[in-house]
Ligand binder design. Structure first.
Ligand code: KG4
Ligand code: ZN
Length: 336
């Protein structure tokens, strides 16, 4: 029997709805919120208001693009956390209402698990990672190495003790006067810069954990000190600065991933989350996979950054396992 799922994602600043037939995506619609650009980061109150405006048109468009009537849906899956409370409340409340009105089950989805399960979207018969595999999950809010044992069973073996890698990109961009989200901007300027122009010390953190706050501070101090000598320092060096900070973030990510793969003797390796859209990270992962003899899984660009297709596919696996939620479910902002 085919299962039709509506997926809803509203954890941060993208309102997204997707329609899936089993683990195949029939439609995936995303409304980005440009309102945050000028603030150098997401403004929570503006995000929840924009979600409220976007959610119904986004769902309508997803259903019509998929050519599916809402009465054909078997369940609604929605991001329950982690994320911004006001943003999550919009998706959660919409999903409760929708589930009640249509009398279909609702399925709560962990956003980070969904980034990982995006690898199981059935797309042109692509191959799926085999279990167990390691997934480097790199987003605006999280940086983790996850040992994935089954679709719905995983263990976080390393995480950031301070900033996330996406945040490191965003904060570096802000320091350079570039708009939010910073990752794509840094990548753009880095393309014309020398990655060895400026060097930074890499963190020395035990095990598989990450830290990016030291890097952020040394980047900030370098710029502060140089601006005292030359007020045009950023303007004259923006490409080299972007290339150098991008290289540092990517190399820091790779060091721990290689260590984890060696220690756990796992050569099935995946990457997920917004930062996995970064071209240098993708290229360096491909090189590393050849050296380390990994089978590497990199998501399509549209499934790297936040999207509801990944929520829908997670909903599908939870549906098969009969993991449904009750109406008293409340969103959570942090990993619990
Ligand atoms: O997964 P995501 O869309 O949202 C969260 O769950 O946080 O990730 C957003 C993060 C932002 O920090 C953004 O700057 C970063 O992903 N990002 C990138 C690139 N595209 C998005 N970072 C580096 N290079 C990119 N091309
Ligand atoms: Zn995300």
């Amino acid at each position: 029997m085919d299962i039709y799922i509506l997926g809803i994602e509203s954890s941060c600043d993208d309102t997204s709805a997707a329609v899936l037939k089993n683990n195949k995506v029939l439609a995936n619609v995303i409304a980005n919120q440009s309102v945050h650009e000028k603030y150098g980061g997401v403004v929570p109150e503006l995000a929840s208001r924009a979600h409220q405006q976007n959610i119904i048109p986004v769902v309508d468009t997803a259903l019509s693009n998929a050519n599916i009537h809402k009465n054909q849906l078997d369940a609604i899956a929605f991001t329950n956390g982690p994320g911004l409370l006001g943003s999550l409340l919009v998706g959660t409340t919409f999903s409760k209402t929708f589930s009640l009105a249509l009398d279909i089950p609702m399925i709560q989805v962990n956003h980070l698990q969904a980034h990982i399960l995006a690898h199981f979207i059935d797309d042109d018969n692509k191959s799926f990672p085999s279990f167990p595999f390691l997934c480097l999950t790199v987003s605006g809010g999280h940086t983790q190495i996850v040992l994935v044992k089954e679709h719905l069973e995983y263990e976080i073996i390393g995480s950031t003790i301070d900033d996330a890698s996406g945040e490191a990109f965003d904060k570096a961009a802000k320091t350079l006067g570039l708009p939010y989200p910073g990752g794509p901007m840094i990548q753009k300027y880095a393309g014309k810069g020398n990655p060895n122009a400026f060097t930074f010390t890499y963190p020395n953190i035990p095990k598989y954990d990450y830290s990016f706050s030291g890097l952020k501070t040394s980047f900030l101090y370098l710029i502060r000190d140089q601006l005292k000598l030359d007020k045009n320092f950023i303007k004259e060096n923006i490409c080299d600065l972007a290339a150098s900070i991008q290289k540092a973030i990517v190399e820091i990510l790779l060091i721990k991933l290689v260590k984890a793969a060696k220690d756990f003797e796992i050569n099935e390796v995946a990457v997920a989350g917004g930062v996995s859209a970064n071209m240098l990270l993708r290229d360096r992962l491909i090189e590393t996979a050849t050296q380390e003899k990994w089978s590497l899984y990199i998501p399509k660009f549209e499934y790297c950054t936040d999207n509801a297709a990944m929520i829908g596919v997670t909903g599908y696996y939870k549906f098969v396992n009969k993991q449904f939620s009750n109406l008293d479910i409340v969103p959570y902002t942090r990993i619990v």
